[in-house]
Design a protein around this ligand. Structure first.
Ligand SMILES: Cc1cccc(C(=O)O)c1OC(=O)C1CC1
Ligand SMILES: [Ca+2]
Ligand SMILES: [Zn+2]
Length: 304
């Protein structure tokens, strides 16, 4: 038997070449990454445009994953590894459960599916319809957004409705920024592939995508689980002010500590302000400029 961890080459959704951690077994290569510490396996499958999950392992005959129908698989696999490395290296977290859980992604879910989600056990990505979205695994901030839903589920457990749900969404957007800090947009690498410069949401200017950025404009609605993708603009704007003031290095420590230590399933925006202030106090002191920047950020979005 000649099973072995191998290194392959692949083409991503946007035509870029990347190196892949793959696995060779019985004459076939798999998107199966055994290189992470403490057993966190990263594995990628395809739903073959149907809805059955997880589908079947993505395979290749020669470890050159360059076919057009493999691009979504390549990016889902590669970016899941990047996000695993981020949580391990930056926050000493071993996978989303901090116990080396395998990270499973399935691409080619249904047809023309303009959506991505964490289903409680794995990530799932549509291919998009080519107008609203390109295949959604083609953006690192999208993959980080989805894996962070899993981290949130295993830590704060923020209930996916109303203010706690908007915080859940915001945490995923904020860690999407930490993974992809080149811009304040979310999903820009896969959103409207025929239009450049736009994204699904903006941390710096939520209004440009129909989101409020102040408590006074909180949207009371029953749709979207109480507007979780709408009202996330308010904590997202606070995060923008915070990061712009204290920088990514301190902000990501504060956000990770608040998410994993202080937030609870029913936390609201005011509780989030307190959690982030407590984390800032723990890490940098309650008289620090860092602490004051966090307080100022939430004051500016109208959260007391
Ligand atoms: C595209 C999409 C649709 C519905 C829900 C989500 C969701 O995961 O909440 C979603 O993914 C995102 O928001 C990622 C950041 C681009
Ligand atoms: Ca981005
Ligand atoms: Zn989300």
């Amino acid at each position: 038997v000649t099973d072995a961890a191998t290194t392959g080459r692949g083409t991503g959704v946007n035509g870029d070449t990347k190196t892949l951690n793959t696995y060779f077994s019985n004459g076939t290569y798999y998107l199966y990454d055994t290189t992470k510490p403490m057993s966190g396996i990263i594995q990628t499958a395809t739903a073959q445009n149907r809805s059955t999950l997880p589908g079947v392992y993505s395979t290749d005959a020669d470890n050159a994953w360059t076919a057009s129908n493999q691009r979504a698989d390549v990016d889902a696999h590669y970016y899941a590894g990047v996000v695993y490395d981020y949580y391990y290296n930056t926050h000493n977290r071993n996978s989303y459960d901090n116990r080396g859980a395998s990270i499973t992604s399935t691409v080619h879910y249904q047809t023309n599916y303009n959506n991505a989600f964490w289903n409680g056990s794995q990530m799932v990505y549509g291919d998009g319809d080519g107008t609203t979205f390109a295949p959604l695994s083609g953006a690192l901030d999208v993959v980080a957004h989805e894996i962070t839903h899993a981290v949130t589920e295993r830590t704060a457990g923020l209930q996916y409705q109303n203010q706690s749900g908007a915080l859940n969404e915001s945490m995923s957007d904020v860690f999407g920024y930490f993974l992809d800090p080149n811009d304040w947009l979310l999903g820009e690498d896969v959103y409207t592939p025929k239009v450049s410069g736009d994204g699904l949401r903006s941390l710096s200017n939520p209004e440009s995508y129909g989101q409020p950025s102040t408590m006074s404009n909180y949207v009371n609605t029953t749709s979207d689980n109480g507007g979780v993708h709408i009202n996330s603009g308010i904590p997202n704007k606070a995060a923008y002010y915070t990061i712009s003031s204290i920088g990514k290095a301190q902000a990501e420590k504060i956000y990770y500590r608040a998410l994993t230590t202080y937030l609870t399933p029913t936390s609201n925006f005011s509780n989030a302000k307190s959690a982030l202030l407590q984390a800032a106090s723990d890490l940098y002191g309650s008289n620090s400029s860092t602490y004051n920047a966090v307080r100022s950020a939430w004051d500016r979005v109208g959260v007391n």
